[in-house]
Design a protein around this ligand. Structure first.
Ligand code: HEM
Length: 439
C-alpha cells in the first residue's frame, strides 16, 4: 500500500476499488488498518441504514474537532442543532430566491476578467474560481458585514489550518504530546480565523440581517458558549463549502478543453438561453445541458472525495465482519469509477445525466454530496453557483486551456496539481473569426 499511496492516494484508492470490483478491502497502512468501502449497497449501509454505528469520531477525526469543534463537524445533539439552525438557509427554495444577488456577485467577478482577456493575458483557473467562491460565500454568509478582502484572508487561513490538520489525520497514531511539523502553523491559523470571526459574530448580534451568520446567531441564542457554537458552525460550513466548490469549478475547464463536442454544445445552449447576459433566475431551469455537464464533472471529480467513519460496535457489511474502532473510508471518487456500475467510467460523458437516466442508477453509485443524515447541506447552493458561473463566463468568453495534460488531483479536495492556464477568447471575437472563416 505505502508505495502505491506515495504516488497519490486519490487514484490509489480508486485503483484498489476497481481491482476489487467494489468488494470491501482492508488497507494495510502500517499502524492503521482501515476498510475501504465502495460498493453502492455497502455505502448505503454505512451512510444511511446503519449510520448510528458509523460515526465521525475517533482518532482520525480528533484533529478535525480541534479545528471545527464538535457541532457541525461532529455528531449527536450539537450536530443536530447545527443542522436545524442551517436548514432554512440552504433549502433549494431559499437559495433560488437569492439567485439575483449571487448572479450580481458572480457577474462582478467575471467582469474583472475582461481586462486580461482584452490584453491576451492568461488567467489561472483554480485561483480565479477561488476568488469567485470567496466573493459568493462572503455575501451569502455575511451579507454586508464583511468584505471580499476579509473573505480572502479567511480562506487563506483555512487553507493553512486544513493542510496541517490533514497531517495529524494521516498519522493518528502519533500522540498529541509529540509535536509534529505544522502544529504551530495550525495553531496560528486557528488564532487568525478566530480573530476574524468573533468580531463578525459581535457585529451580527448588533445588526441583525438575512445572511447566514445572523440566522445562526438567532438560532443559537445568547446563552453560555453561544458565540463559540456560532463560530464552530460557521467555520465548519465555510471550510466544507469553499475548496470543494472551487476545485469542482476548476475541473470544468480542462474537461471541456479535452472534449470539444461537449464544449460546443454547452456554448450553444448558453448562447441560446442567456445570449450576452446577464444571467437571470429564469435562465437556470433552461440550462439543462449545462447542468448535465456539472453533474458529470462531479462524477469524475467529486471534491469531497473521501469520508471517514468510526465503527462504534463490531459490524457486518455484506457478510464481511467489521472490527469496532477501525476506520471505514468511503470514496465517491472510487465508487464513481467502478465498471460494475458505470459504462466506460473513466470517460467524460454528460449524456449519462440526460433526463430519465437517474432511475436506472443505484442511488449510491453517484453520491458527490454524500447521503443519509450527513448529506451535504450546500448542494443546492453549489448547483446554483455552478450554473451561474458557467453561464456568466461562457456568455462572455470561451476559455482555452493551454496547460498540457494530464492534470492530476491532489488529496486536498481534489485540487488540480498543476496551475491551469486559461486564455479567454472573447465571444464576439470568436464569432467574428468563425464568420470570417466560413465567409
Ligand atoms: C462541489 C461542492 C461540494 C461537494 C462536492 C460537497 C461534498 C460534501 C460531502 C461528500 C459531504 C458529506 C460528508 C460526510 O458524510 O462526512 C458534505 C457535507 C457537508 N457539506 Fe458539502 N460539498 C460541497 C459544497 C458545499 C457547500 C457550498 C457548503 C456550504 C456552504 C457545504 C457544506 C457542507 C456541510 C456543513 C456538510 C456537513 C453536513 C452534516 O454533517 O450534516 N458543502 N459535503
Amino acid at each position: 500500500m505505502l508505495p502505491l499511496l506515495a504516488r497519490g492516494p486519490v487514484n490509489a484508492f480508486a485503483d484498489i476499488a476497481r481491482r476489487s470490483r467494489g468488494g470491501i478491502v482492508r488497507l494495510n497502512l502500517g499502524p492503521l488498518r482501515p476498510y475501504l468501502v465502495t460498493h453502492p449497497d455497502h455505502v448505503r449501509h454505512v451512510m444511511r441504514d446503519h449510520w448510528q454505528n458509523y460515526l465521525r469520531m475517533g482518532k482520525v477525526w480528533a484533529p478535525v474537532e480541534r479545528f471545527l469543534g464538535t457541532t457541525f463537524a461532529g455528531e449527536g445533539p450539537d450536530w443536530e442543532a447545527s443542522r436545524k439552525a442551517y436548514q432554512p438557509m440552504f433549502t433549494a427554495r431559499h437559495v433560488t430566491s437569492l439567485t439575483s444577488t449571487l448572479a450580481d456577485v458572480i457577474a462582478e467577478r467575471v467582469g474583472l476578467l475582461d481586462e486580461p482577456a482584452r490584453a491576451g493575458r492568461p488567467i489561472e483557473a483554480t485561483r480565479t474560481m477561488a476568488d469567485l467562491v470567496v466573493a459568493v460565500n462572503t455575501v451569502f454568509f455575511f451579507g454586508e458585514k464583511s468584505s471580499f478582502a476579509e473573505g480572502r484572508r479567511l480562506a487563506r487561513e483555512f487553507g493553512t489550518a486544513v493542510k496541517w490538520m490533514n497531517v495529524r489525520q494521516i498519522m493518528p497514531f502519533v500522540p498529541d504530546s509529540v509535536p509534529l511539523p505544522g502544529d504551530r502553523a495550525f495553531a496560528g491559523a486557528v488564532e487568525a480565523i478566530d480573530a476574524l470571526v468573533y468580531p463578525l459574530i459581535r457585529k451580527a448580534r448588533q445588526d441583525d440581517g438575512h445572511d447566514v451568520l445572523s440566522a445562526l446567531c438567532r438560532a443559537r441564542g445568547t446563552g453560555q458558549d453561544a458565540d463559540r457554537l456560532v463560530r464552530d458552525d460557521l467555520v465548519a460550513a465555510l471550510v466544507a463549502g469553499t475548496d470543494t466548490t472551487t476545485h469542482a469549478l476548476a475541473w470544468v475547464w480542462p474537461l471541456l478543453q479535452a472534449h470539444p463536442r461537449v464544449a460546443a454544445r454547452l456554448y450553444e445552449e448558453i448562447d441560446h438561453v442567456v445570449g450576452t447576459g446577464p444571467v437571470r433566475q429564469e435562465h437556470l431551469p433552461e440550462l439543462r445541458y449545462t447542468k448535465m455537464v456539472v453533474q458529470e464533472v462531479l462524477r469524475l471529480y467529486p471534491s469531497g472525495w473521501i469520508m471517514q467513519r468510526f465503527p462504534v460496535a463490531p459490524g457486518d457489511i455484506g457478510g464481511v465482519p467489521i472490527d469496532a474502532g477501525s476506520p471505514v473510508f468511503i470514496s465517491p471518487y472510487a465508487t464513481h469509477r467502478l465498471d460494475e456500475f458505470w459504462d466506460r467510467p473513466l470517460e467524460f460523458d454528460p449524456e449519462r445525466f440526460s433526463p430519465g437516466h437517474e432511475h436506472r442508477r443505484h442511488r449510491y453509485s453517484y453520491f458527490p454530496f454524500g447521503g443519509g443524515p450527513h448529506q451535504c447541506i450546500g448542494r443546492h447552493l453549489f448547483s446554483v453557483v455552478a450554473l451561474l458561473t458557467l453561464a456568466t463566463i461562457v456568455s462572455r468568453h470561451h476559455p482555452q486551456v493551454r496547460t498540457p495534460g494530464p492534470i492530476s488531483p491532489l488529496p486536498a479536495a481534489l485540487r488540480p496539481k498543476q496551475p491551469i492556464e486559461l486564455h479567454l477568447v472573447p465571444v464576439e471575437r470568436r464569432r467574428a473569426r468563425s464568420a470570417r472563416a466560413t465567409g
